[in-house]
Design a binder for this molecule. Structure first.
Ligand SMILES: Cc1cc2nc3c(=O)[nH]c(=O)nc-3n(C[C@H](O)[C@H](O)[C@H](O)COP(=O)(O)O)c2cc1C
Length: 410
């Protein structure tokens, strides 16, 4: 079995640095401030303490104010990606391969529009939710508690990352909305089972098994800065000072479909497998009992050179063939991106970095503003697409062009 430390150790040796040294140190050093539920005071690290609604012109437009609102380490950690960041850019470029073919004179009025979806028994007012993202205290002093509260204020589902700074219980208590828990499967089965038990007890209604990552993504620029994770922020769920156990970095690298079955047996909850890019991976995952598949390249944070999630979505959707719902993330920034993904077979999408922009600039209310702005944009784009409900979106609304079209040809 490849351990996280072995894996990183050899990678680190190869590049002559120790990328996770700071993070390892941080694992057991929670502060009193971190345990508090009220808005914490400013720290010497200098993360945002904002809590204000934002006038969001566009989600990408928040990147600049985000840079001004958070420490450089937080900005680089969130906005960067792996290697040359080709996949990060490709996630956006490839959206342009999916041209929207609008219907006209369809008689759809704003009052008719229905953006709601249901997935795994969960009704959602709009077809997107907050992607699992770790280490929110790199951005905001309150960390994930603020993000989850903001998601709840917008009525959005919050997916809590296994790499959160706050504990999964604190996060669960902070949101009034639905919630899923994202699992980093630990080599120590007792640790994995304890995380699953805690997630179930805290009211999470599904487990997201991340299959494409072995920890926080490390952009080159972040490593060049010395991987400056906050020394005063822990991986909350593993912090012994807060009831946690296990080594966050001891993640199981050799995952197999049998691990899906274990999660289901242990929790009785639906399991979503996140990080799928290849049609051939679908059958064994569904055979093992997966309840949904999340097409994602982790926002380009784990391996560079893989295609855009939107480019492979049609291929994965063809392989899934309606057996389970599909979620997509990586590159969602606009209402039209949601339309593109849903037309190509996704039931809903997850929004990543823009939520962090909202967190940094406006705290919980900033997150609410981001989600509501995306919903408003989607509403207007849907009306102009000519589809009455998101369920009406099919590939007839899309013309696939460019490199993405060539990928469909095989
Ligand atoms: C700062 C940051 C931390 C992340 N941490 C996790 C994580 O802990 N678990 C996980 O499954 N995905 C994680 N992701 C990936 C997101 O779930 C999602 O796949 C990605 O953000 C989508 O790309 P986009 O933000 O460019 O749209 C993280 C992403 C970011 C930006």
């Amino acid at each position: 079995m490849t351990t996280r430390r072995n894996f990183l150790g050899s990678a680190a040796t190869a590049i002559g640095t120790m990328p996770f040294a700071g993070a390892t140190l941080a694992q057991t050093s929670a502060t009193a401030e971190e345990t508090a539920t009220a808005t914490p005071a400013a720290s010497s690290y200098g993360a945002s303490t904002a809590d204000k609604g934002l006038d969001v012109i566009s989600l990408p437009g928040l990147k600049e104010p985000f840079e001004a609102a958070v420490p450089e380490a937080g900005y680089v950690f969130v906005t960067g990606a792996k290697g040359d960041e080709w996949t990060l850019r490709e996630n956006r470029r490839a959206m342009e391969d999916f041209r929207i073919i609008t219907h006209r004179l369809t008689g759809v009025s704003p009052a008719d529009l229905d953006l709601s979806v249901e997935i795994l028994g969960q009704k959602m007012p709009f077809p997107f939710f907050v992607a699992p993202m770790g280490a929110h205290r790199m951005v905001h002093e309150e960390g994930e508690v603020a993000t989850a509260r903001g998601a709840g204020l917008a009525g959005a589902l919050y997916c809590s990352s296994g790499a959160s700074n706050r504990t999964l219980e604190e996060i669960a208590a902070a949101t009034t909305g639905p919630k899923w828990f994202q699992l980093y499967f630990n080599q120590d089965e007792a640790v994995t089972k304890s995380l699953l038990r805690r997630a179930k007890n805290a009211g999470y209604s599904a487990i997201v098994l991340t299959a494409d990552a072995l920890g926080p993504g490390m952009p080159d620029r972040f490593r060049a800065m010395g991987a400056p994770f906050r020394p005063d922020a822990s991986f909350g769920n593993h912090d012994p000072a807060r009831g946690g156990t296990g080594d966050f970095f001891a993640q199981k690298a050799d995952l197999t479909p049998a691990d899906i079955r274990m999660i289901k047996n242990e929790t009785g909850l639906p399991v979503i497998v996140k990080g799928i890019l290849r049609a051939e991976d679908v059958d064994p995952i569904i055979a093992a009992g997966a309840d949904a598949i999340q097409v994602s390249n982790h926002g380009g944070r784990q391996i560079d050179g893989v295609p855009a999630a939107i480019s492979v979505l049609p291929l994965v959707a063809k392989a899934v063939n309606g057996r389970v719902p599909i979620i997509m993330d990586s590159g969602i920034r606009r209402g039209i991106d949601v339309i593109r993904a849903l037309s190509m077979g996704a039931t809903c999408v997850a929004v990543g970095r823009p939520v962090m922009y909202g967190l940094g600039v406006g705290g919980a209310q900033g997150v609410q503003s981001v989600l509501e702005a995306l919903a408003a944009e989607l509403r207007s784009d849907m009306l102009l697409t000519g589809a009455r409900s998101v369920a009406d979106l099919t590939d007839s609304y899309i013309s696939v062009t460019g490199p993405s079209a060539r990928m469909q040809e095989g």
